[in-house]
Design a protein around this ligand. Sequence first.
Ligand code: FES
Length: 161
Amino acid sequence: MPDPERILTDDMVAAIKAYFPRYPSRQAVTLPALHIVNAELRHVPLQAVVEVAELLELSPAQVQDTLTFYGFFKQETAHGEIRAWVCRSVSCHLRGADEVLDHFCDQAHIKPGETTGDGKLTIEYAECLGACEHAPCILANETLHKCVSKEDVDSLLQSIK
Ligand code: FES
């Protein structure tokens, strides 16, 4: 009978185990495992860290060290269904990223790092997204929005509602 306290589903465990043959050690699977959990839960709670550690034959502290090294993973609360990264590096900055970010946050009624009350959107800062020639850029989940104007932000918000 499944343990009701467990967070990792059978599918998550299978997806993590599928990485084992592709890496030289189980420890090397830590980051892919965290991404698998995050993709499902939109955060990686402590209980998930404990279960990932068990699977990888590591201590929870080792997995937690990796998790906290990257700002990417949230632990306390889930990020929104859409996680929008607004680039603030130099090319985007010079082409109006600050105004885009301010407008985005104003219209969504949140600050950078926060999630809307309906859980649909999280807005965050990003460093260079690797598309400087299209500055300013927003990465919303897997979609890169290029040469973003305030009107584009309005359209993006409309599509999220
Ligand atoms: S500076 Fe924004 S994509 Fe490179």
